[in-house]
Write a protein that binds this ligand. Structure first.
Ligand SMILES: Cc1cc2nc3c(=O)[nH]c(=O)nc-3n(C[C@H](O)[C@H](O)[C@H](O)COP(=O)(O)O)c2cc1C
Length: 148
């Protein structure tokens, strides 16, 4: 399967999970990671390849910021515009141990934005960075995202 991953990561947390996912699956799948970047004011993004819609599965990954989905991912989703019933997964990372402190809201936001643009959201997961179970959560997230 060809899997495209659109990831935004400021301090390296989310990209580290995505890198581990790629490492776990690259022997049997084509996995292309696109790390998006922004201008200084985070009002515009770059690095979304024109080929992004060719992937059979698309993973959207990034941090929770201000109890919301981080702005660059919202911009990216809007820029892609229409996901054409594509299979999609969402991976978020957040600082707090409880999803109620931003994760749930950000996840709902991501799901709503994607579904509105005809993406078919299948798996969603959050890694809580300050949790003492973080390593387990990362392994669980990788396992979940690796069920195709
Ligand atoms: C501006 C800003 C706002 C944040 N807001 C939240 C929040 O509402 N809830 C939370 O749990 N973590 C919050 N965090 C922490 C990040 O979600 C967390 O550190 C995440 O794992 C960072 O991922 P990254 O290194 O891939 O960017 C915030 C971080 C920043 C920089």
């Amino acid at each position: 399967m060809e899997i495209g991953i659109l990831v935004y990561s400021e301090t390296g947390h989310t990209i580290s999970v995505i890198d581990a996912f790629k490492k776990a699956n690259e022997a049997s799948h084509v996995i292309d990671i696109f790390r998006i970047s922004t201008n200084a004011s985070k009002t515009s993004i770059s690095n979304i390849p024109t080929t992004i819609k060719k992937y059979e599965r698309l993973i959207i990954a990034g941090p929770v910021q201000g109890f919301s989905l981080c702005a660059p991912l919202i911009l990216a989703i809007k820029e892609i515009g229409d996901f054409g019933d594509k299979k999609m997964d969402i991976l978020l990372t957040q600082h707090f141990r409880w999803a109620a402190l931003g994760g749930n809201r950000a996840l709902r936001q991501a799901q709503t934005e994607i579904i509105f643009r005809h993406g078919n959201v299948e798996k969603s997961t959050i890694v809580h960075w300050s949790s003492r179970h973080r390593e387990d959560q990362i392994q669980q997230a990788i396992k979940l995202l690796s069920t195709f």
